[in-house]
Design a binder for this molecule. Structure first.
Ligand SMILES: CC(C)=CCC/C(C)=C/CC/C(C)=C/CC/C(C)=C/COP(=O)(O)OP(=O)(O)O
Ligand SMILES: O=P(O)(O)OC[C@@H](O)CO
Length: 428
């Protein structure tokens, strides 16, 4: 009996040992989070936070998009955000703040699920919420999904065993993010009960990260200053932590809105910088710019007129569009790129206005009517040529859907749109 027990234990230890050797000294990088992601954009699905109308243009430069946020997030607005990202080639992953935000749809859309575990918060934020989430997945999500897929006569015992396996598979596929939260005034700190006394020195952050890599096997360590730039203190922490990590990635997020600050965090040792607020600022700013443009410019304004208007009226140098783009290391000239994208946005809004006048004249009653009228009216759809560089072959379909949906809402023909365009700046 003892001998029978000893063999599987020994085998288990051998497999574990081989895994450790492969992770630490093996020639292959076994971390599922790509090492070459230098920039991640965090999209908050909450209704108050909008996306720029030509969001595919802005997102073409980022390495990946993270979907998640800590307030007013629901499964429905999370699914909506993913559906806007589906036509794009940029990978999108899900960072749920509650397990209930994970649905079959979000799982299909997301490259992976990233689960926060806060290293310097209370135990609730390290394992408590994970326990609540695991219970939900084991007892509600997977039984619900499986009972739809398996034949009705599947015995309960089999359904239960399958749910058990599916839960473990879901968690084994998830990426764990070991958060070190250093801004006590942030929503993230409040959520995880991090206060002044919990902030870590560079040395303690390094020690916590070493434990996260080896004990928690966290795919990434996330230095979080959410809402504020961490400066020299963050750079010291990144330097200490990066030295100690072999396998886990090191991400920095918080208050980035310039090339200088983003580069400083990368130079200090971060593999990836994460930006959130400044991307949503692009949409908020754009709503105002477009409202002004509709007052100042004729819907027929040519490209030169629009460019001049943007140069004279919008301070491109100070714009959120430029600030966002300047955080992306691969964008060589953020000012010129921001100006191009702002001109593209204003032109698209004017083209939409022109199209709206023609469509409204015909008196459509349903979204289908709008669709036929749009198809009759135009060879090139508003925004289509700008989306070509980023959505490729999908650009026409995407531009058509956005145009039809935006006009359907503007003409009060209902909210039953194909894409959730209520998340775009034009619908503020
Ligand atoms: C098991 C599954 C699928 C899910 C569990 C979901 C869990 C454990 C969520 C953890 C929630 C938690 C402890 C959050 C702590 C705070 C935190 C790290 C928030 C991340 O910050 P943002 O969401 O970016 O904050 P803002 O909304 O302020 O930008
Ligand atoms: O919103 P900002 O301050 O850019 O922070 C990004 C991210 O680290 C938040 O979780």
């Amino acid at each position: 009996m003892v001998a029978f027990d000893a063999l599987p234990r020994r085998l288990g230890r051998l497999v574990d040992g081989l895994g450790i050797v492969a992770r630490t000294v093996g020639p292959f990088d076994t971390n599922p989070v790509p090492a070459d992601w230098s920039h991640v954009t965090k999209l908050d699905p909450e209704d108050a936070k909008k996306l720029p109308l030509l969001y595919p243009l802005f997102l073409r430069h980022t390495s990946a998009v993270s979907v998640g946020g800590s307030s007013d997030v629901t499964a429905a607005n999370t699914e909506e955000t993913f559906s806007l990202l589906e036509p794009l080639s940029v990978p999108a992953f899900h960072e749920p703040s509650e397990a209930k935000h994970v649905t079959e749809r979000t799982r299909e859309s997301a490259a992976f699920i990233a689960i926060p575990e806060v290293l310097n918060g209370d135990s609730e934020s390290l394992v408590g919420t994970l326990g609540v989430g695991t219970e939900y997945i084991r007892e509600e999500l997977t039984p619900g999904m499986l009972s739809e897929k398996l034949p009705w006569w599947t015995p309960n015992r089999v359904l239960d065993a399958c749910s058990n396996v599916a839960t473990s598979l879901l968690l084994s596929e998830a990426v764990f993010e070991a958060y070190i939260i250093q801004n006590p005034d942030s929503a993230a700190a409040r959520e995880a009960n991090v206060d002044e006394d919990d902030l870590l020195s560079a040395r303690a952050a390094k020690q916590h990260s070493m434990a996260a890599e080896r004990h928690l096997e966290s795919e990434l360590v996330y230095l979080e200053y959410s809402g504020t730039y961490g400066g020299d203190e963050a750079a010291d922490i990144l330097a200490a932590v990066s030295e100690s990590l072999d396998w886990s990635r090191l991400w920095y997020g918080g208050g980035l809105d310039s090339r200088e600050h983003a580069q400083a965090m990368l130079d200090a040792g971060a593999d990836t910088v994460v930006v959130g607020d400044v991307f949503h600022d692009v949409a908020a700013e754009e709503a105002k710019i477009c409202a002004d443009a509709r007052t100042d410019l004729s819907p027929d304004a040519d490209v030169r007129t629009v460019r001049e208007w943007v140069t004279d009226t919008v301070g491109v140098e100070e714009s959120a569009a430029r600030r966002y783009l300047s955080t992306v290391p691969s964008v060589d000239d953020p000012t010129a790129t921001a100006e191009r994208y702002l001109v593209a946005t204003v032109r698209t809004v004017l083209e939409l206005e022109r199209l709206e006048a023609v469509v409204a004249e015909a008196g459509p009653e349903t979204r289908d009517d709008v669709c036929s009228l749009v198809d009759e009216q135009t060879d090139t759809l508003p925004g289509e040529r700008y989306l070509q560089s980023t959505a490729g072959e999908a650009s026409r379909t995407l531009a058509r859907t956005i145009a039809v949906d935006v006009l359907t809402r503007r003409l009060d023909l209902g909210d039953d749109t194909e894409l959730p365009v209520s998340h775009l700046s034009t619908n503020q």
